[in-house]
Design a protein around this ligand. Structure first.
Ligand code: GTP
Ligand code: MG
Length: 514
């Protein structure tokens, strides 16, 4: 069964399957766009149509789509959702300028074709020679600039430095997510993306899918969900998926461990993903780019596989390569900020981007914990990669080979560093900031300037570190301010380890014996 196999009866010609992913293909502003279809575009549409039809067959999806012509100028709004809960899919007209700025103007093939035999020939055929009346001159200038100007843009990079009030200042942000074998967590990830209250029209989403196992559908699922997201209909898709009774039954058996968790926490998660949502929850993002590239990562994505100490250095360097490929391909000159987010986050405030931005740092991370079963104390500091350097760790580094990578949380590397994770006090000021040296990668906000200046995620050993911790160290070395919020917490999903599963099974057996 395909990943959307629980949904009901999608129609082949359904407009929700338009390929809208790049911004220019979202419902354009009528007065801004004059379109004639070139044969290339027609061919593309035919190919897309064929692909979509194949996808539909492949996923055997079962959603009933009810097409409703555009009524207003907004996507299915949260109030319409709350009030009616009906299936209604309106055409989205994206009015915000931020969807269209810093964009090459579309080239009109009819105008371009007039110039194919050179300018002299154009002048002759259009105006009978080079002598132009005032009116002809105007037309000439418009058409020449449509051909030349359409592909020439200039940027004053000073204007994209990033401020603490990015949303008010219309600052564009690139949101990067690396993905591997992530099919299962994609609905969670997309719900979090919709929950983000930083203006969606200012956010370009960029995903990199790598090294997925055979049988995993991360790439296909990501593409399909992204299309729904950009059509403003993903909320409805998830509602249908979440209310599908068959799917609930199989989820129930799979998630037995939930009964062993703190029910307050479970309720918080439920609440985070239930209406009312914020006003622009369904609003499409400025663009979505999906990249696929394998790096030869063959360490398993299971909890126990990826946490063995000896694989950490290799794994972290490969992750670093993936991150660098993603930024290098997706960063545009108009981005002021880059936000990195892992897909496997369970709870996170929708205002995270503004919250991290408001501190005025160049790099800022929150605290990351994870919930645990009650029999394991209910919660635990999770991301130990955000820390302040210690003399003990610097001394330890001197004893290591220059290519060795120190990883936190392993007895092999006693660093005695101050970890952001352990500094958390549940009810303390979430705005308190601590300066850091290393950072974890679950949720990093950084000014785009860092990447332009050459700060990156080292895929080699940099000061006995790799990836995000080395990113923090490198940023510091280049004079940037790196900080973390000890009392502002994101919750990583809990995946029962092999040991935890054995304990749960034992408890279940005990229950049956009682
Ligand atoms: N592109 C790419 N993404 C990856 C790779 N490995 C993990 N990811 C993704 O990177 C994010 C973090 O991955 P995790 O496996 O949770 O790794 P981690 O956060 O370093 O480790 P944990 O502390 O175990 O959570 C998730 O969104 C993964 O899907 C990889 O090799 N390539
Ligand atoms: Mg993780």
């Amino acid at each position: 069964m395909g990943f959307l196999g629980d949904l009901k009866g999608k129609k082949k010609g359904d407009d929700n399957y338009r390929l809208p992913v790049s911004r220019s293909k979202l419902s354009p502003k009528p007065k801004m766009r004059m379109f004639t279809w070139s044969s290339l575009q027609k061919r593309r549409i035919a190919t897309y149509g064929l692909l979509v039809a194949m996808l539909l067959l492949l996923f055997r999806s079962r959603v009933t789509w009810e097409w409703r012509p555009a009524k207003g100028s907004t996507a299915l709004s949260h109030s319409s959702w709350q009030n009616t809960r009906q299936k209604s899919y309106g055409t989205i007209i994206l009015e915000d300028e931020a969807y269209y700025d810093y964009d090459f103007e579309p080239i009109d093939p009819a105008i371009v074709s007039k110039f194919t035999s050179g300018e002299a020939s154009y002048l002759l055929s259009e105006f009978g020679g080079a002598e132009l009346s005032a009116e002809d001159k105007k037309k000439y200038e418009t058409e020449v600039s449509a051909v030349l100007g359409a592909t020439v843009d200039e940027y004053e990079l000073q204007n994209f430095a990033g401020t603490a009030n990015g949303a008010e200042n219309n600052e564009h942000l690139l949101l990067c997510v690396p993905l591997r074998d992530a099919e299962k967590v994609l609905p969670l990830m997309f719900k979090h993306l919709m929950n983000i209250t930083y203006p969606h029209e200012l956010i370009d989403l960029a995903f990199l899918v790598s090294d997925c196992s055979k049988g995993d559908h991360t790439l296909e699922a990501l593409t399909t969900y992204s299309r729904y997201l950009q059509n403003g209909t993903l909320q409805q898709v998830f509602y249908d998926m979440d209310t599908d009774s068959e799917a609930q039954i199989s989820k129930g058996t799979e998630k037995l461990y939930l009964t062993y968790m703190d029910q307050n926490y479970i309720n918080k998660v439920k609440q985070a993903f239930s209406p009312p949502f914020h006003e622009n929850y369904d609003k499409p993002f400025r663009s979505v780019q999906i990249f696929q590239k394998d790096f030869g990562q063959d360490i398993g994505q299971g909890f126990s596989d990826r946490h063995a100490v000896k694989v950490q250095g290799i794994r972290r360097k490969l992750m670093a390569r993936a991150r660098n490929w993603l930024t290098a391909n997706a960063l545009k000159p108009y981005h002021s900020w880059v936000y990195w987010r892992d897909a496997d986050v369970e709870l996170c405030p929708g205002s995270i981007i503004q919250d991290l931005m408001s501190k005025g740092y160049d790099v800022m991370v929150p605290n990351v914990w994870r919930p645990l079963p009650l029999f394991l104390d209910a919660e635990q500091p999770y991301d130990l990669n955000s820390w302040i350097e210690s003399n003990q760790a610097l001394d330890l580094a001197k004893t290591l080979h220059e290519d060795d990578v120190i990883v936190e949380g392993y007895a092999e590397y006693p660093t005695w560093r101050f970890h952001l994770a352990y500094a958390r006090e549940a009810n303390s000021n979430p705005n308190e900031v601590i300066d850091l040296d290393g950072v974890g990668g679950v949720s990093i906000l950084a000014k785009a300037e860092l990447f332009r200046r050459g700060v990156q995620f080292p895929a080699f050993t940099f000061e006995n570190h790799a990836e995000t911790e080395a990113f923090g160290k490198m940023a510091k070395k280049m004079g940037y301010r790196v900080g973390g919020l000890p009392h502002y917490t994101l919750w990583h999903i809990y995946e029962p380890s092999d040991d935890d599963q054995a304990m749960i099974a034992e408890k279940e057996r005990e229950k049956r014996r009682e």
